[in-house]
Design a protein around this ligand. Structure first.
Ligand SMILES: [Mn+2]
Length: 321
């Protein structure tokens, strides 16, 4: 590992060693990397005798509820009750969710904050920032940190870390699947990670409503003049098929397979006047992080997103030949 990386790991360890009451924050609309990394760090710190709380403004998604202590996330907390805040997988201070109601989280003279993340868009808002954009997942970074510190990884920690790594690499199909990612996955399995359960929860358990929702999104997809495959799902779609907003997760990976598109865009109405845009690409020359920033969003070069106020209207064009 690079010397700078080891330096930030050491700075992070100093913060962790000195803290006794710690809250770990997962980003809003948490995914398997946010929840998995949160619960793995939590167990590691609890094993050191610390009092740890997991917090997120939004509920834990269905595919993460099997993880140990996934049912104990709180949706609010008082920063004054803790001597260290950890944010994990938050690609920028805005996705924390809590920054609006608790501005002291961003006041470096008032709170100690350890920011652990792998998004290129991260604005280094912590007291210490372990931000490695080349890492495929926050769970990957935690594995490296725990190994560097010599901390034991239990089977439940291994499952949580593998769940996040598996998710953020699209089950090792995305281009961020490095040989190190595969080696770490093998190590986690050897440490007792329940690989079969991770697969089942993420890929092999879809409700009929979810498949119907994906069907609508796939059926409507079209190629635009920028060579992007674009599709949209309205709040009415979710209502009609009986799907919740988490159930759209996974559809984007199918859109990303569409040939000859250079990238894909999935627009969804969140039901509160907000349209969420998710983008993926397999094209080495496309930087989606830059494109998403045009819409006030962020993310990685191959996977990024944004949120904008508005409503979705589908326009079909017809011509006679
Ligand atoms: Mn992640």
């Amino acid at each position: 590992m690079a010397t700078e990386t080891l330096d930030t790991f050491a700075q992070a360890k100093t913060l962790l060693d000195q803290a006794q009451r710690i809250v770990i924050l997962a980003h809003r609309n948490p995914d398997a990397d946010a929840v998995g990394s949160n619960l793995a760090m939590r167990e590691a710190l609890e094993n050191l005798g610390k009092e740890v709380t997991s917090a997120c403004v939004d509920p834990v998604p269905e595919n993460c509820r099997f993880l140990r202590k996934a049912d104990t996330f709180v949706q609010d907390f008082n920063p004054a009750d803790f001597d260290l805040i950890i944010t994990q997988d938050c690609g920028g201070h805005k996705v924390m969710g809590f920054h609006e109601s608790k501005p002291e989280l961003l006041d470096r003279s008032k709170t100690l904050l350890l920011n652990i993340d792998h998004h290129a868009s991260n604005d280094n808002f912590g007291t210490v920032n372990v931000v490695l954009p080349e890492a495929p997942a926050t769970c990957f970074i935690l594995f490296l940190m725990f190994s560097t510190y010599g901390w034991t990884i239990s089977p439940s920690m291994a499952t949580a870390l593998l769940h996040g790594l598996y998710y953020d690499t699209g089950s090792f199909m995305h281009t961020n699947t490095s040989s190190t990612a595969l080696r770490i996955a093998a190590r986690l399995k050897a440490l007792g990670a329940d690989h079969g359960r991770c697969i089942k929860e993420q890929y092999h358990s879809h409700s009929l409503a979810q498949l119907k929702l994906w069907g609508r999104g796939l059926e409507r997809a079209s190629l635009n003049s920028k060579n992007a495959v674009v599709t949209g799902l309205t709040a009415k779609d979710f209502q009609e098929v009986g799907a919740n907003k988490d159930e759209v997760s996974g559809l984007i990976n199918y859109l990303n397979h569409a040939s000859p598109a250079k990238f894909c865009v999935l627009l969804t109405e969140e039901g509160n006047g907000i349209i969420k845009g998710s983008m993926r690409t397999q094209d080495p020359d496309i930087n989606l992080s830059a494109i998403s920033q045009l819409f006030g969003g962020g993310g990685h070069t191959k996977a990024a997103g944004f949120s904008i106020p508005g409503r979705l209207v589908e326009k079909r064009t017809w011509s006679i030949t």
